[in-house]
Design a protein around this ligand. Structure first.
Ligand code: ZN
Length: 346
């Protein structure tokens, strides 16, 4: 009797996963990297590791920390098999956060508000704008002085700015990731939060695979509704691998999508000429290439362009993103390329 009790206790203690804090880690980043939602597990993490935290609840680089155990979540009876049906069943019953889509005035925030369609240039075109990450996943995190810059916040800000421009030109726009209270922000440092939802107000899953499945399932559903229209998906990210000196912006399209490629080239063309004009002494070596294995590019029924606008972890790139005018410029340039593409369509 006593023996079995002991074994249970020993087992319970040793069953916490142990991880080492890396340079720059905070509780949030450490939890996220290990697939745990900070909102859900932050408190138990601090409780579990209180002896190893700094006074301000910081982590010590190189020190080992215990990860809280994942709460057992009750799943709906599994009908899933490892087949193509998985995608559909995984998104069959997404959790609805609020009532219907977020209104445009809320989406663009009090400073900018909902735009009026002032021109008809993009009338008839339908755009799905997918900013990278969001909800429980902030994406890449850069250090900026004592601040942390989260990829999803900056990609989001450029994306809603882009959405607003496209709406002004008369397009139909679906913003696939939406924040219920951020709007367009002009601050340099955009605080990291986790409350983004997926259009039309669905909870964003932590798992990347589930998140993208849910997003693209939604895009494809809408795509069917707009059958016959010119439809494009644009995915915006801020975490390219490039660590070099050059100002690189990468545009990816599917190998079998000439329309995706054409849009990528049209946007790239604008970037090339604008960079030359604004910074003649800085080399710009962005490019357009095929990357058919990206989930969104591969599975979207709308022709897709996946953009990496820079790297939030790169100090030079950070300057491009912390200035609100630069974020607006990026949005404007993308919009310009989009307009050129729509004008040139057959
Ligand atoms: Zn990303």
């Amino acid at each position: 009797m006593l023996l079995s009790l002991l074994t249970v206790q020993t087992f319970a203690q040793s069953s916490y996963r142990r991880v080492k804090a890396r340079n720059g880690d905070g509780v949030e980043t450490l939890l996220l990297r290990n697939g745990l939602n900070p909102r859900q597990y932050g408190a138990s993490f601090k409780q579990l590791n209180r002896k190893n935290l700094t006074r301000r609840n910081g982590l010590v680089t190189g020190r080992t920390y215990l990860l809280p155990k994942r709460a057992v979540t009750r799943k709906t009876p599994a009908r899933t098999t490892r087949s193509t049906r998985t995608a559909r069943t995984a998104t069959a019953a997404p959790q609805v956060v609020g009532k219907g889509p977020i209104s445009k005035s809320v989406l663009f925030g009090p400073r900018y508000g909902a735009p009026a369609a002032r021109y008809g240039t993009l009338r008839g075109a339908v755009y799905y704008l997918s900013s990278g990450h969001g909800g429980p996943d902030p994406g890449a995190i850069g250090k900026y002085g004592s601040y942390k810059l989260a990829e999803d916040e900056y990609a989001y800000d450029v994306t809603v700015r882009l959405a607003r421009v496209l709406l002004e030109y008369g397009a139909t726009v679906y913003v696939m990731v939406q924040d219920p209270n951020d709007g367009i922000r002009d601050e340099n440092v955009l605080p990291m939060d986790y409350d983004e939802v997926q259009y039309p107000n669905l909870r964003i899953p932590l798992s990347q695979v589930q998140r993208l499945r849910q997003r693209i399932a939604q895009v494809n559903r809408l795509h069917a509704r707009h059958k016959g229209a010119y439809q494009r998906l644009l995915a915006l990210h801020v975490d390219s691998r490039s660590e070099g000196q050059n100002i690189d912006v990468f545009f990816y399209h599917h190998a079998n999508s000439p329309t995706g490629e054409r849009l990528a080239r049209n946007i790239h063309r604008v970037f090339t000429s604008r960079y030359k004009r604004s910074q003649p002494n800085r080399p710009y070596s962005g490019n357009v290439s095929e990357r058919s294995n990206l989930y969104e590019v591969r599975n979207s029924h709308a022709a897709a362009v996946f953009m990496e606008l820079g790297n939030i972890r790169n100090q030079k790139d950070q300057r491009r993103f912390v200035v609100a005018d630069n974020r607006q410029a990026l949005a404007n340039w993308i919009a310009e390329g989009i307009i050129a593409d729509y004008r040139g369509k057959k």
